[in-house]
Structure formats: structure tokens, C-alpha cells
Design a protein around this ligand. Structure first.
Ligand code: DGL
Length: 356
């Protein structure tokens, strides 16, 4: 009993110290933009960690569920959407990014957290990193379990997200994703596992960790982002259609032809291995390219530390194709949409895929 009392006193003292320190330093102002997902999900009982309804809990309830947030930042919330993230559209991306951009220009905002479903979290985070011109931290968080489940991960992910978003040492690193104590770049991170809390991985490693309210950095991003990006959400009001065609054995050209006929401006080819294209599909892709639709080669084998090599097994120069380098298909789609708002030139598109 005496040990428990001492432990409780120690915990209370440490949280008091944090709050005194925060008061002394002047806490940062962090805005939480909520969009839905599992972090706002609710299940029938505490044992339902994977069976639940996403996008149920409002942002104010999320914030109220984490009393310790007041020790690290002055926080306020906005409910931008309340949807499961598989339902995100380009219009959602544009509206969210424009809101983030507007807030980032406010003197009374030091950092922004976006709560989001994990299914397409990586795409939204990358889009924000490519289009919001700010040095202020933009942090996207989600959760793999609803708040109603035992060992729910959303509360700590959101707390950690606010810590990073309010931290001066997180400025200028592009948009980031904070999940499971890990800080990843929006560019590199992917949802690699669909039912574990350690779901998000970066092939080139995380930027760092956030532990008990402190950030520990181990590397910095090398690709262009935020203020260094040529894409500015304040000047973008629509996105061209870019579709994804998944490769496999017994490949055929049906999907590619359908996408081209439906008006796609580029098709992300998800090749086997090094972005390979089945021989029986090449002629159709050449026809599609001649019609003005770009072909961008990504691979099924991505996010493991490899990349699609230009002019290796496929004569990209000869066919006037682009390679997505190390970007997985869904990230390649985000970058291709933005690139096509600027240029239709293959060499320029390829430059953009090298640089972002
Ligand atoms: N429906 C999925 C989504 O909103 C749930 C996954 C999650 O948020 O973790 O992305």
C-alpha cells in the first residue's frame, strides 16, 4: 500500500512539474483538425479491438479524453470531416490542406495535428507535406484500435502528436506521422500492417521517437517538402485524374484501357518486381502513352528499402515512361496529380519524382 502511495505521489509530482514547466515556458498553441477514422471509432465492448464503427467520436470528446494535453499545449479542435478514411476523395484532400494552410499562417497557431483514419493516412500526410507552405509542424495521427477497446492506442498517439506539433525542434521537417511512439516523415511512412498497433513503417527508418513528452531525433528528411515545394495548396483548386492499375501474373490491358477511356491523365502501373510490364501489355501502354496519358511505373514490392530503376528491364526513355522511384503506388498517385498541375512534360515529371 505504501509503495502504491509513493508511486502515485511521484506520478502526480511529475505531471505537476510538466505543467509548471509548460506555464513557465509559455505553452504552444496547437490546433487539432479531426477527420474521423478509428481514432474517433467506437466498438461494442472493450474486447472489440478490431470490430467497431469508425468516425463516431467528435473532436471535443477526443480532447476531453486526454487531460494531460493541457500540460503540453493550449489545444483547440475543429471537426473538418467525420468519415472513415477509405472514403477520402480529392475534394477532401483539397479542403483539408487549404484549412491547414490557412491555420499555419495564423500567429496564434504554433502547430497543427490532423486526426485521420489509418487506411489512407499516408496519402493525406504526403499531400499536406507537398502542398502546405509552412515551417510549423504538421502532424497526422490515427489509431489502430477504437477508444472503447482495451489498450486503445489513440489517446497516446494524439498526446504524442500534440507534443511533436508544439515542439520547436519539430519545425521545418515537413509533415510527419506520429503513431506508436514513432515519428515518421509523411513521405516515407506507409500502413504496412492492417491490425496491429505497430502498423506504420518507413522503409528508410523513422525520423525519431517521442517518449513521455520529449522528442528524440535520429535523422532529417532529404526530399523537398512544405516551404521547399513547388506545389502550393493556396493556388490549387482541382486535381487531375490519376489511376492505379495493379499488376500480377496473367496480366491484361483491360484496366489501363478503361482508365484511359475514363479520362485519366496518368496511370500508375503497379508492376511486379522492378516495376516490370508484362509483354502482352506493352503495346497497349504504348498506344495509351501516344494518346497523351502518362505511364508511371511503381511496383508491388515497395516500402522494403528498394526502388524502381529507370531503363533497367523496361526501356523507359524509348517508351516515354516515368518511374516512381521508391514511392509506393498510392504515394506515386498523390505526387503525379500534383506534378500534372504543373507540367505534362515527361522529363519534368521524372525530375519531380527524383526530387520529392
Ligand atoms: N476505416 C478505416 C479508416 O478510417 C479504419 C482504420 C483506422 O482508422 O485505423 O481508415
Amino acid at each position: 500500500m505504501r509503495f502504491c502511495t509513493l508511486k502515485l505521489v511521484a506520478v502526480l509530482a511529475s505531471s505537476l512539474l510538466i505543467s509548471v514547466a509548460a506555464l513557465a515556458q509559455g505553452k504552444p498553441n496547437v490546433v487539432i483538425l479531426a477527420t474521423g477514422g478509428t481514432i474517433a471509432g467506437a466498438g461494442a465492448d472493450a474486447a472489440s479491438s478490431a470490430t467497431y464503427q469508425a468516425a463516431k467520436v467528435p473532436v471535443d470528446k477526443l480532447i476531453a479524453g486526454i487531460p494531460d494535453l493541457k500540460n503540453v499545449a493550449e489545444v483547440r479542435g475543429e471537426q473538418v470531416f467525420q468519415i472513415a478514411s477509405e472514403s477520402f476523395t480529392n475534394e477532401h484532400l483539397l479542403r483539408l490542406a487549404k484549412r491547414v494552410s490557412a491555420l499555419s499562417k495564423q500567429a496564434d497557431v504554433d502547430g497543427i495535428v490532423v486526426t485521420h483514419g489509418t487506411d489512407t493516412l499516408e496519402e493525406t500526410a504526403y499531400f499536406l507535406s507537398l502542398t502546405v507552405h509552412t515551417d510549423k509542424p504538421i502532424v497526422v495521427v490515427g489509431s489502430m484500435r477504437p477508444g472503447t477497446a482495451m489498450s486503445a492506442d489513440g489517446l497516446l498517439n494524439l498526446y504524442n502528436g500534440v507534443v511533436v506539433a508544439g515542439a520547436k525542434d519539430a519545425r521545418g521537417k515537413g509533415a510527419m506521422v506520429v503513431m506508436n511512439d514513432q515519428i515518421d516523415t509523411a513521405r516515407d511512412v506507409v500502413k504496412a500492417i492492417n491490425i496491429k498497433t505497430e502498423a506504420f513503417k518507413s522503409a528508410w527508418g523513422p525520423l525519431g521517437l517521442v517518449v513521455e513528452g520529449k522528442n528524440y531525433w535520429f535523422r532529417a528528411p532529404v526530399k523537398r517538402h512544405t516551404n521547399g515545394s513547388e506545389f502550393d495548396i493556396d493556388t490549387i483548386n482541382s486535381l487531375p485524374s490519376v489511376e492505379i492499375a495493379y499488376g500480377s501474373g496473367n496480366a491484361n490491358d483491360t484496366a489501363y484501357k478503361a482508365f484511359a477511356a475514363a479520362g485519366a491523365k496518368a496511370i500508375i502501373h503497379v508492376g511486379t518486381g522492378n516495376g516490370s510490364v508484362a509483354g502482352q501489355v506493352v503495346a497497349s501502354l504504348q498506344e495509351i502513352r501516344k494518346s497523351g496519358v502518362h505511364i508511371i511505373r511503381s511496383s508491388r514490392v515497395m516500402n522494403q528499402g528498394g526502388f524502381v530503376l529507370r531503363n533497367a528491364e523496361q526501356p523507359d526513355d524509348k517508351y516515354d515512361w516515368v518511374v516512381a522511384h521508391d514511392l509506393n503506388p498510392q504515394k506515386a498517385r498523390i505526387l503525379a496529380m500534383l506534378a500534372l498541375t504543373k507540367t505534362n512534360d515527361t522529363k519534368e515529371l521524372q525530375r519531380i519524382f527524383w526530387e520529392y
